[in-house]
Design a protein around this ligand. Structure first.
Ligand SMILES: Cc1ncc(C[n+]2csc(CCOP(=O)(O)OP(=O)(O)O)c2C)c(N)n1
Ligand SMILES: [Mg+2]
Length: 341
């Protein structure tokens, strides 16, 4: 057991990755970014109500880890969840319609941004309570271990959530029972308006498992290939029955914590510098162009295709009707115990 600083960041361009794979990561990250930009616009137009936390800047985390996942693997995350849904293959139309509170949404318009689920894609939410999804992730992993399959659960949470007591308790149980769960700490440097430096004197979150015997690694979250390589290692560890694994993925969010954030805790220059120098999508774009894996025209076609998908999702979300009043009384309790859930 060990915790390693930045050991997964060595996987750079071209390392065991085909041109088609690289293009698909570019496409998937771009879909998330354009989708989130559109969600931001619809919010500004008053078409999305309530809370809305955008994922812009963090795209390489989910796309890299989904590249390491297989059918049957599960994922659970916080309120900053649209990227996770799109990356695991949920329909952008259903996600956008849920954001606008319409019948065609994943929760029939009754859940909104933080409360969407897809059994088909093994996506277990969307959770508004900071850190709550971490023990749920261990529970999902427990169910797979109990059934005796080799599925793995990705339990995503933030740097702020990582300081919670329930996370420490979950680490202990997950290691005790050798649960196949990858704890993914998306360290975007801030918890709402509180920087990591203001919140803890032990900012190396990948080391937090040492007390429980859990292996951990720090990963460059602006490099999708480094994330994929680290994900493959973590997943192999879990599938081999060796218990949980911690990945602290260093990333950055470009937008505010939520749509109402005065952002007084950081400067515009700080955000601008990371956008210009570290952007994960631009990084892959450059790999594709300099490696001659794709031409400018091909990338323009991908951009156009993505724009089309996002516009279609927004049109669907605007045209889908609001849920019927009778829906107020449905989906509250279940009278059927779930079978083989
Ligand atoms: C138990 C609990 N406490 C406080 C909040 C309010 N809150 C919402 S998000 C957040 C910050 C969490 O930051 P982090 O875990 O780093 O995730 P990020 O927002 O950066 O993705 C806080 C304090 C909450 N939702 N739940
Ligand atoms: Mg954070």
């Amino acid at each position: 057991m060990a915790a390693r600083k930045g050991s997964a960041s060595g996987a750079k361009a071209g390392a065991n990755v085909s041109a088609d794979e690289l293009k698909s990561y570019y496409r998937d990250m771009l879909l998330i970014r354009r989708f989130e930009e559109k969600a931001g616009q619809l919010y500004g137009m008053g078409l999305i109500g309530g809370f809305c936390h955008l994922y812009i800047g963090q795209e390489a985390v989910v796309v890299g880890l989904e590249a390491a996942a297989k059918e049957g693997d599960k994922r659970v995350t916080s309120y900053r969840d649209h990227g996770h849904m799109l990356a695991c293959g949920m329909d952008p139309k259903g996600v956008m319609a849920e954001l606008t509170g319409r019948e065609g949404g994943y929760s029939k318009g009754k859940g909104g941004s933080m409360h969407m689920f897809s059994k088909e894609k093994h996506f277990y939410g969307g959770h508004g309570i900071v850190g709550a999804q971490v023990p749920i992730g261990a529970g999902l992993a427990f169910s797979d271990k109990y059934k005796g399959n080799d599925n793995v659960t990705f339990a995503y949470f933030g740097d702020g959530a990582a300081n919670q007591g329930q996370v420490a308790e979950t680490y202990n149980m997950a290691q005790l029972w050798d649960l196949p769960v990858v704890f993914v700490i998306e360290n975007n440097q801030y918890a709402m308006g509180t920087s990591v430096q203001r919140a803890t004197k032990s900012p190396d979150f990948y080391e937090r498992g040492v007390a429980y015997g859990i292996q951990g690694e720090e990963v460059d979250g602006m490099d999708v290939l480094a994330v994929k390589a680290a994900g493959e290692k973590a997943v192999a560890h879990c599938r081999a029955g060796k218990g949980p694994y911690i990945l602290e993925i260093k990333t950055y969010r470009y937008r505010g914590h939520s749509m109402s954030d005065p952002a007084k805790y950081r400067t515009r220059e700080e955000v601008q510098k990371i956008r210009e120098e570290r952007d994960a999508i631009e990084h892959v774009r450059q790999l594709l162009l300099t490696g001659k894996h794709a031409s400018e025209d091909e990338l323009k076609d991908i951009d156009k295709e993505i724009k089309g998908i996002v516009n279609e999702a927004a049109d669907f979300a605007k045209e889908s009707p609001e849920p019927a009043l009778e829906e107020l009384w449905t989906d509250i309790y279940t009278d059927v115990a779930p079978q083989n859930a």
